[in-house]
Design a protein around this ligand. Structure first.
Ligand SMILES: Cc1cc2nc3c(=O)[nH]c(=O)nc-3n(C[C@H](O)[C@H](O)[C@H](O)COP(=O)(O)OP(=O)(O)OC[C@H]3O[C@@H](n4cnc5c(N)ncnc54)[C@H](O)[C@@H]3O)c2cc1C
Length: 426
């Protein structure tokens, strides 16, 4: 019997350490120095670097990578259990070397980079000596890659890139940009002449690539391979987001339950009012449904591959947005007027839910993926009636009893009477 939902004690110890470390060291940093993790200010680095070192000393750095690339090689299921904790704290992914968008870019480098490319970019990214961003979406449309226009042309010993990208997260802080062109994925140092970062939006950059020249060895993976690399990158990123979203949902749920026990209205604590109980009960079930979906998907990736689990990852992607939206809304609502302010994290969590449904591909596109792949496992029914059409199935079933009916007319009459009775009720 292989189904098992338990965590072995040795790994539980690691989880306990992560939980305590995040609560005692990372939460205060989040509250007082929220931008410190990516800062190049030596005084802020002096706060952050010792925390990273503690993580490294524990063997918990770059959890998403295999041992040969500097990670612990835990696999996705263990990563999910850790990310369920890290996702509560904004700075935690960076302090554990697992922050987006760098993780996805590192995964591409690890899978498709030459040894030289890994030396030049992967290891410095891994050590957070440099930062990266991912330029795929274009202003005219993000959901359909066939609309992308950015293109590279070979000119002697260089590629010349022209195009316009939109919503490149952390683009302004990046040292290198992974630029998806129609004919390949390119690594572009951010200070290359022709890289023009527009003033807005600030966090997710609008970037023009104007005759940007990079050496030939800045092509990552095969020529014309950009879509394959993008799928690989985005698949990993989506499941990591889903793992961290469980943490956000649980955080909202904890706030909801604490409040339900702390406030009174109309003669009883609000947690005794049935409509509040319904919100708690629904949230409990939905969070656990999401969690099981994500853990099952993580386990499936460990036992097959990201590509083979595309359907499951897509299901996690839109389910996480939905559960976060529902649970954070209920928690905010139960918090009353306080919930509508920025004095608790709930308003920001609720505002993040639509983002979850858009970033890394809009919900609709993921639902299409799921439905299409699920339908591949089905066939149309033969003839007029569906397979579960009861009269046809009953007729088949009666054939099984043909001999019995011949020997026992009473049983046949009994079956006929039931059939007549059911027919009369239709
Ligand atoms: C927080 C955040 C971070 C991001 N970071 C990055 C990044 O680092 N790099 C990067 O390249 N991009 C990034 N993006 C962009 C993201 O990938 C795109 O926003 C996303 O792919 C959707 O593209 P779009 O915004 O152009 O919306 P559109 O493609 O214009 O879609 C708009 C709406 O149209 C509908 N729609 C679209 N297609 C379909 C369909 N096939 N079926 C049914 N309905 C459909 C949906 O309702 C959808 O919400 C980020 C986005 C967000 C929100």
């Amino acid at each position: 019997m292989a189904w098992d939902f338990s965590t072995d004690p040795e790994f539980q110890e690691k989880l306990d350490w992560v939980e305590q470390f995040c609560r005692e060291e990372i939460e205060p940093l989040d509250l007082v120095f929220p931008m410190a993790v990516r800062s190049r200010d030596p005084k802020l680095k002096a706060l952050v670097d010792p925390l990273k070192q503690q993580v490294k000393d524990r063997g918990l750095w770059a959890l998403f990578l295999d041992e040969d690339l500097g990670g612990p090689g835990f696999g996705q299921l263990k990563l999910a259990l850790i990310n369920e904790i890290l996702g509560r704290y904004a700075s935690a992914p960076a302090i554990f070397g697992t922050a987006a968008p760098d993780t996805g870019n590192m995964e591409m480098l690890a899978a498709y980079g030459t040894d030289e490319q890994k030396q030049r970019w992967l290891y410095p990214l891994l050590n957070q000596e440099i930062w990266s961003a991912y330029s795929m979406t274009e202003p005219q449309g993000g959901s359909d890659p066939n609309l992308f226009k950015t293109h590279a042309v070979k000119d002697g010993e260089e590629w010349v890139i022209n195009g316009e990208k939109w919503f490149t997260s952390a683009g302004r802080m990046a040292d290198i940009l992974f630029v998806m062109c129609n004919n390949g994925m390119f690594v572009v140092p951010a200070d290359t002449p022709g890289v023009e970062i527009l003033p807005v939006p600030r966090t997710h950059s609008h970037i023009r690539y104007n005759d940007v020249r990079v050496p030939l060895d800045h092509l990552l993976g095969p020529e014309d391979g950009a879509k394959v690399l993008a799928q690989r990158r985005l698949g990993g990123g989506r499941i990591h987001h889903a793992m961290r979203t469980i943490a956000q949902c649980k955080r909202a749920f904890d706030m909801m339950c604490e409040r339900a026990l702390s406030r009174e209205s109309h003669g009883k604590i609000i947690g005794e009012h049935q409509m509040v109980q319904e919100m708690i009960a629904d949230s409990y079930a939905e969070i656990n449904m999401l969690r099981l979906l994500v853990l099952w998907t993580a386990w499936s990736i460990d036992n097959s591959s990201t590509q083979a689990t595309r359907t499951q990852i897509a299901a996690c992607k839109y389910t996480m947005a939905k559960v976060l939206r529902e649970v954070s809304y209920r928690a905010l609502h139960i918090m009353g007027s306080l919930g509508t302010t920025n004095l608790t994290p709930l308003q920001a969590m609720y505002a993040a839910a639509p983002t979850m449904g858009i970033a890394d591909g809009v919900d609709e596109v993921h639902k299409v993926t799921v439905a299409r792949n699920v339908l591949k496992g089905y066939r149309p029914h033969e003839g007029m009636w569906p397979t579960e059409y009861i009269p046809a199935k009953r007729e088949q079933a009666r054939k099984k009893y043909a001999e019995l009916f011949a020997n026992e007319p009473e049983l046949r009459e009994h079956a006929d009477r039931i059939e007549e009775y059911l027919a009369a009720r239709e």
